[in-house]
Design a protein around this ligand. Structure first.
Ligand SMILES: [Ca+2]
Ligand SMILES: [Ca+2]
Length: 290
């Protein structure tokens, strides 16, 4: 019995498609696509790789950490996708509508292969190549077996489980019901009404050190994004840049990003060689300072 095998699926798994609200981003000019530096995979990540076998079962006496949860795996994958310019997950806090960790739990058929691929990747080039799996695994809601929300959205909380309504691209007349246990994200299910009285619900994460929405800060290598899941419902989320091939967190213009060898020089005004290539700020061609 492997002690660090693949993570179990969350308790509220329902099969349904989801199209990310963010379209794929083209890689930015400052991105260096051919980075080939080696990446030392820890046991935790290595065991998620389809090409890696053989984790100890604890016989070495050290004991292995528990397998990462869907939220942890999805967040790691989101951090890699964002840092590699695939999709801007780190623009959002915790919301069932914009969290890859939630989607991995709620819609594993759609996200499992691409997330596994992201976590097994050795660099941004491989992360970008994983997108073919996301496209291949897309299935419209109507082809799966989700309950319908009805003619009106019926988003609500059942205990700490959020029952939320999702729709396919191009068809916002038929909503299907997905569910997620907010406790899996250390969060609380909250309900509110739209201005027209429509019911809404989402998960709300603890406020951490957020001073309000549309703010962000670094906490070591971690990027903390402070955003709202609904009106006045602050719900931050944390992305560890270290998960993105050894990147670190940088703050500028009230934003946070990951910077490191995988991204090239991002902050061109801090006097620091952010990507470790020996060239600082404008001396680094990544900065395009002219
Ligand atoms: Ca710099
Ligand atoms: Ca540099």
């Amino acid at each position: 019995m492997l002690s660090c095998g693949t993570a179990s699926v969350g308790s509220s798994a329902s099969l349904a498609p989801y199209v990310t609200p963010q379209g794929p981003l083209s890689s930015t000019p400052r991105m260096k696509a051919n980075w080939e530096r080696g990446w030392i995979l820890g046991c935790l990540v290595a065991c998620l790789s389809a090409t890696t076998a053989g984790c100890s079962d604890g016989e070495d006496g050290g004991g292995a950490p528990p397998p990462p949860s869907d939220m942890e795996r999805g967040t790691m994958a989101a951090t890699r996708q964002d840092t590699c310019g695939v999709a801007p997950w780190m623009d959002d806090g915790l919301s069932v509508f914009s969290s890859l960790g939630v989607m991995l739990s709620a819609f594993p058929a759609l996200q499992k292969r691409v997330v596994d691929c992201n976590l097994a990747a050795h660099d941004c080039k491989e992360v970008r190549a994983c997108e073919v799996l996301r496209v291949a695994d897309y299935v419209p809601y109507e082809d799966l077996h989700l309950p319908e929300c009805g003619s009106e959205r019926t988003d609500h909380c059942e205990g700490n489980v959020v029952k939320y309504c999702v729709a396919d691209d191009g068809d916002y007349e038929t909503y299907y019901q997905a569910s997620f246990d907010c406790a899996l994200a250390g969060a609380t299910c909250v309900e509110w009404q739209t201005d027209s009285g429509g019911p809404r619900a989402d998960c709300q994460a603890p406020p951490l050190h957020c001073e309000g929405p549309k703010t962000a800060y670094c906490d070591g290598t971690r990027a903390v994004r402070c955003e709202e899941a609904g009106p006045s419902i602050l719900s931050p989320w944390v992305y560890d840049c270290a998960d993105a091939f050894g990147s670190h967190c940088i703050e500028y213009t009230s934003d946070v990003e990951c910077e490191g060898p995988a991204t090239g020089e991002e902050d061109c005004d801090d006097g620091i060689d952010g990507d470790g290539d020996g060239k600082v700020d404008c001396d680094d061609d990544d900065c395009h300072c002219d």
